[in-house]
Design a protein. Structure first.
Length: 130
């Protein structure tokens, strides 16, 4: 096991603390800062579908060009609702690259999710250079 971090957030108006503990290894982080995320889900391949989950196909626009190949995994993240100024995103699922359009646009399929996935959710590609 790698490092265990305890993340504390002071909520507004008082001394209420919410504690979240998670393994923060490089490969399996449950939370990531906004600066670590590499792209955004820009559409569902199936027109008109808003709530996405396992088996749904998505298109992802990366912030900058990445070296990747078909079959590479990536992780799905949603903004965490921990506190008013939180810049943390919580992992909600995993997907796989199905097609590479160019070095910034890919199509993928959602392999698993613990919450509904939506257009605007963020992605992280493990093992790629930022």
């Amino acid at each position: 096991m790698k490092t265990r971090w305890m993340v504390l957030f002071l909520l507004s108006w008082g001394m209420n603390l919410v504690c979240f503990s998670s393994l923060m290894s490089q490969e399996k982080k449950e939370f990531r800062e906004a600066t670590e995320l590499q792209g955004t889900i820009v559409s569902a391949v199936q027109q008109g579908k808003l709530a996405l989950s396992s088996g749904d196909k998505i298109s992802v626009l990366l912030e900058k060009s990445q070296t990747m190949k078909i079959g590479d995994p990536f992780e799905l993240y949603q903004e965490s609702l921990i506190g008013p100024n939180a810049s943390l995103y919580q992992k909600i699922g995993e997907a796989t690259i199905l097609q590479i359009i160019n070095d910034r646009l890919v199509f993928g399929i959602i392999d698993s999710s613990v919450n509904e996935v939506a257009v605007g959710d963020k992605v992280y590609l493990p093992g790629t250079n930022r």
